[in-house]
Write a protein that binds this ligand. Structure first.
Ligand SMILES: [Zn+2]
Length: 273
């Protein structure tokens, strides 16, 4: 993956040097505009990535935006804003673990609000699910949606309750599909040029997983999430079972809300449908 890419006029991408099982090639940092630059998701606090963003911008950085406050997306934001004098824009971190509390936006964004400059316009699309404060940004000039971790290229994201919410996640995916955008620019991996197909695949994949949860519970009533993981995630690398258990819990909470599963003392059972 090209670490410094000019994707189209007025949109550039620089990849943070934080590759891993969870982040793929690293976090994508996007730059909008040429005369005055907005930076989206400057990534984890890595000094040479911050320097590289400033060099690559080659113009004043006036705004720093984030899609959400997980540790691979926002911790560089406040430092970059301090160095450049940019305005910090986004939604502050909710309570709970795995959140970057250093991100303190000067401007908060409402759903469907438009962030407009002389060169481009970004519409706020609130997409809770992966994170409760998650935002996608619809770039008007290209009709591309910048999806953070709502949709990523080449794998599925963890939904980690209670901040992660499977029901909201699926609803937010359906919302993205209705936008009929021309491409998705994810927080990890390459540009996705067939949004409808990919979003449909993710929704189907999540619902198939949910069906596996229900089937496993019917065969094995009164199971803990730990004991349920191998029944539901046979296709997943065992090293990822800890994260799989978090997404499994997200499915179970959704099933409980839907009246299809219940628990007593942490042991889950399917309810008669
Ligand atoms: Zn991420």
């Amino acid at each position: 993956m090209d670490p410094l890419a000019k994707l189209r006029p007025g949109i550039r991408r620089i990849v943070a040097p934080n590759p891993s099982m969870m982040t793929g090639p690293g976090t994508n940092t996007y730059l909008f505009g040429r005369d005055k630059v907005a930076v989206l998701d400057p990534g984890p606090l890595i000094d040479n990535h911050i320097d590289a963003i400033i060099d690559f911008a080659a113009a004043p950085i006036a705004w720093v935006l984030v899609t959400h406050t997980h540790p691979d997306h926002s911790p560089a934001a406040s430092v970059l804003a301090e160095i450049t004098g940019a305005e910090l824009i986004g939604i502050a971190a909710p309570e709970g673990p795995h959140q970057d509390k250093t991100f303190k936006p000067q401007r908060s964004l409402e759903d469907t609000e438009k962030f407009e400059t002389d060169e481009f316009s970004l519409e706020v699309i609130r997409t809770p699910g992966h994170a409760s404060n998650h935002i996608c940004f619809l770039h008007a000039e290209s009709n591309w949606l910048f999806t953070g971790d709502h949709v990523i290229d080449g794998s599925t994201v963890v939904i980690d309750p209670p901040d992660g919410n499977m029901k909201h996640y699926i609803e937010s995916l359906r919302r993205v599909k209705r936008l009929e955008c021309d491409a998705l620019a994810p927080g990890h991996g390459e540009i996705i040029h067939d949004p409808a197909r990919v979003v449909d695949w993710i929704i189907d994949h999540r619902l198939e997983r949910e069906a596996k949860v229900v089937a496993a519970l019917k065969q094995n009533p009164r199971l803990s999430t730990y004991d349920l993981v191998p029944h539901v995630y046979k296709d997943v690398d065992k090293r990822l079972y800890g994260w799989a258990e978090r997404s499994l819990l997200a499915h179970l909470i959704k099933l409980e809300e839907d009246g299809r599963a219940g628990q007593a003392g942490g042991l889950w059972t399917a309810l008669r449908e």
